[in-house]
Structure formats: C-alpha cells, structure tokens
Design a protein around this ligand. Structure first.
Ligand SMILES: *Cc1c(COP(=O)(O)O)cnc(C)c1O
Length: 479
C-alpha cells in the first residue's frame, strides 16, 4: 500500500488490513474459501479470455490473484471474483484513477491540486497530438516555444514586462537563483524560511543553485534596517517569500515589497499561490500584478494552486530579468512540456476556473446541493444528513482562511467502499461520520457522488457497519 500524508491511496492494495479480515471473516472461512473459483477454471471464462487478449496473461493472473484474495477476506463475494478481476485489470491498464475530492480542502496536493477547467481539458486533448507549440503556421517557420500561452499570461498581468514558464514554482526559484545570484548572496527574512512539504526547504533550493543565503531579522519581526544592513554589491537579490502554509501572529512585523525595492538590489517575490490579480474572497493573499506594481523585479508562483491550472512555475517580471533567466543553461532543464503550456493558456484565457468557482460559491448554494443528494440517499435508506462544515484552501494558499461550507454526512464505514468506486470519492472523518464536503466538489459531479454513495452502501463492505473502514483524516496539508 502506498501511503501518503493523511490519505491512503486505494489503487494497489493486494493485502487486506488484519483487522478488516478479522471483522469480516465468515463463521466458516474454509467453506467460503472452497466456493472461490480456481485459477485454471477462471481463466477459461470468456470475460477473462477477452481480458487476456486485451492486456496479456500476466496482468490478468495478477488481478485474479488479488480478486481471490479479496473474496477470501470477504470484501467481495465468491461469485464476484471473475467480474471483479475483469474490472481490476481494465482499471489497472488505465493507470491513474479518477477521484472526487470531497475533503473540503480545495487544493489537495495528494489529489493533484487544482481541477482543470473544461477549456483546459480540451486543450490537453488537442496537445496530445502535434500542435503549433514552437511553429508559426502563417510563415511556416520556427517560432518562440509556447508563444500563445506566454502572451495570454502577459495580458493577464499588465505590470509584467515579460513572462516565462517552467515546471513548477520550485523550478522557477532555482532558475532565478542560478541566473541572478549564483556565487552571490540572497537576503531573506528569518520569518520567511519556508519548508514547502515532504522535507523540501526553499532556502536549500536557493543554496543548491550556488547562492549564499543571508538570513536577517527574527522569526516574528524583521525591519527595513535589517535588510538594509545586509544589502551590498555582492547581493544577487532580496527574496520575499509568502508564508503560504503557516501564519505568524502576535508581535510581528514584516517589510513590504515597496520598501525593499528602494534598497538597490532586485526584489524577487515568491507569492506561491499564483493569483495573477487581487481576489475579493481572499483579500490577504498576495497577487502577481500588485507585487510587480509595488516594485518587485520578479514574481514566482505555482500554476496549480489558486490560479487553478496545471502544475507549472510562473515567472513574471522586468523584461531584462526574464531575458536573463531564459538565457541560462538551466532554463532548458526546467522547460515545460506542450501539455502544460496548452492547459495553462486555456486556464488563463477562459476563467472562471473550478478553483475560483469553489472559492466564490455561497454556502446556501452548497446546502441546496447537499440537500438534494441527501434526499435521494435517504429515499434509498442510506442514513445521510446535511451538516455545516468549514473548508480550507490547502495546497499552500491562504493558510488562515476558513470557508463556510456544507457536507453530506454518511456512516464512517462507507469511507473504504467509496474510495474503491470506479470514480473514487474521498471525504474526511469527523466524530465517527464520513463527511463529503460540497465546496471542493464541482457541481456537475453531484450525480456521480450520489451514485457512488448508493453503490458503496449496497456493496458487501458498505453493508457491514462493524467493518471499521479506514478513516480518511483531513490530511496534514502537504504543499
Ligand atoms: C507551493 C509553494 C512553493 C512550491 O511550489 P511548487 O509549484 O509546488 O513547486 C514555493 N513557494 C511557496 C511560497 C509556495 O506556497
């Protein structure tokens, strides 16, 4: 089993948890075992013969072994083994599984962060073939790579003289450090030395690019004088990092971009979240346009956080600075692929994104959706109720922000069967109930959620409340 922070993935799970096996063991396990179809007989079933033609014998044998194992521990009944094997082998051939994020964390890193908009999905589909990524169809000549995406981004951030896109924000920072501060110093406040998750620290990243870090101020307070004392001709840039996954409250002070810009060294601002302009719902979240207007030479951000696009690192800034980044040899190593550029362009050109919609939806709209679903569940005798919750942004954005929300509350033991649906549904457990938070579920998926709960509730595991199920805690947010 692959275990990540907080959420247990469900895809490949050859062995049952010991407690589950114990809970569901038949009164006469040997009798149940005898009913499980044997491998040689199962392989003669036309459904599995067809699966062998599609995916090959080894894959089908492995899926069959896993299905037999599930029947042995009572997760499926013996007569479901063949059908389950056929489903498993098809599903595994497709690789990644679709998940509906009902955790109430809008940008969940474990679930792939932002949900792409319909135009971005269509762009991805087109980009799967050959596209004019680096080619001008008018002249028939080579063109700047990703020109259309870069132009869309530049148009969305009027204060940027030029823009560039790399693999992710970490790559943006390492490129900026290598190009602007290799062998020189990067000045940073001790209150902004961020660990972005899984043990990765931004300061290590800057150092790995050959820059020397100069820490100024204290954890809670840093003044303009602290920065001024550290800046000299050997300074590559001043780095201002948005504390996007923690908050420092109380006796605090930071220096804003405008004041830092007066110190003579370029100011690089890592805003993290990827807001291109101000967002009314999140008045305290920094945005690229405002930071550039305040005097930043360069802003870096992620594409798959609040921007709501694909994983990408955005670099927006002064024309000469961007030109220097583009020329650096490392730029080629962090070059972004055509799929990302296509999806990014559509994300920027065609708002609103699902992330923006999730942010802006009112709690009344969420409650109405939850009530409709609960009505259908209770009509089918599934014990469900509507309950108030609070949702969070997650994914390294707006750490203190709590969004009022609404959830469908169902019995906790449905967590596992729901994660095992063809389109998995992942919620969170609170007080012995599984909550499916509506704010992180796109409205067009309400039907799918309803069907998944109905199916999960009638599956063998869904009908045995003594099966403990694996709690799906609200993940400790990793960015
Ligand atoms: C999320 C985040 C990063 C890392 O961005 P990736 O796109 O995941 O590489 C860096 N800095 C800040 C402030 C962040 O919030």
């Amino acid at each position: 089993m692959i275990k990540t922070t907080g959420i247990a993935t469900t895809t490949i799970e050859p062995f049952a948890d010991a407690d589950e096996a114990a809970a569901s063991a038949d009164a006469d396990p040997a009798a149940a075992r005898r009913q499980i179809i044997r491998t040689d007989r199962a392989l003669t079933d036309p459904r599995l013969a067809a699966a062998v033609r599609r995916h090959g014998r080894p894959a089908v044998r492995q899926a069959l072994r896993d299905a037999q194992q599930e029947a042995r521990r009572g997760a499926i009944s013996p007569d479901q083994v063949v059908r389950h094997t056929a489903d498993l082998v098809d599903r595994r051939a497709e690789g990644v599984r679709s998940v509906i994020n009902a955790t109430g964390v809008l940008l969940h890193t474990n679930l792939g962060r932002a949900v792409l908009s319909a135009p971005a999905r269509r762009a991805l589909e087109r980009a799967a073939g050959c596209i004019d990524i680096e080619y001008d169809l008018e002249s028939g000549r080579r063109d700047r790579r990703g020109r259309a995406a870069l132009e869309a981004l530049a148009a969305a951030v009027p204060a940027a003289g030029a823009v560039h896109v790399v693999n992710n924000n970490a790559a943006a920072l390492i490129l900026a450090s290598a190009a602007l501060a290799s062998g020189r110093e990067v000045v940073i406040s001790r209150g902004e030395m961020v660990e972005i998750g899984a043990g990765f620290r931004l300061t290590d990243l800057v150092a790995a690019a050959g820059a020397r870090l100069v820490e100024v101020g204290t954890t809670n307070r840093t003044s303009l004088a602290d920065y001024a004392a550290a800046v000299w001709s050997g300074t590559g840039f001043i780095l201002k990092v948005h504390p996007s996954n923690y908050r420092i409250d109380g006796f605090t002070s930071q220096v804003d971009v405008g004041a830092l810009a007066g110190l003579g060294a370029p100011v690089v601002v890592d805003i993290g979240s990827g807001l291109l302009g101000p967002e009314q719902v999140l008045p305290d979240e920094p945005d690229a346009d405002t930071a550039l207007r305040a005097g930043a030479a360069l802003v870096t951000a992620s594409g798959d956080k609040l921007l709501g696009g694909p994983q990408a690192g955005l670099l927006l800034g002064h024309r000469e600075v961007i030109a220097e980044l583009r020329r650096h040899p490392m730029a080629r190593a962090v070059r972004v692929d055509k799929l990302t550029l296509a999806a990014l362009e559509a994300t920027v050109r065609c708002p609103p994104t699902p992330t923006q919609q999730a942010l802006r939806t009112t709690v009344d709209e969420l409650r109405a959706r939850a009530e409709t679903i609960v009505g259908r569940l209770t009509a089918a005798d599934v014990p469900a109720a509507v309950t108030d919750t609070t949702a969070a942004i997650g994914g390294g954005g707006a750490p203190g922000v709590r969004l009022p929300s609404c959830a469908i509350s169902v019995p906790q033991h449905l967590s596992r069967p729901l994660r095992r649906q063809p389109i998995a549904v992942v919620g969170r457990v609170r007080d012995g109930r599984l909550l499916l938070d509506m704010r992180s579920v796109p409205a067009e998926l309400d039907e799918v959620v309803t069907a998944a709960v109905l199916r999960a509730a009638t599956s063998p595991a869904g009908q045995s409340p003594d099966e403990p199920g694996r709690p799906t805690p609200m993940a400790v947010e990793r960015r």
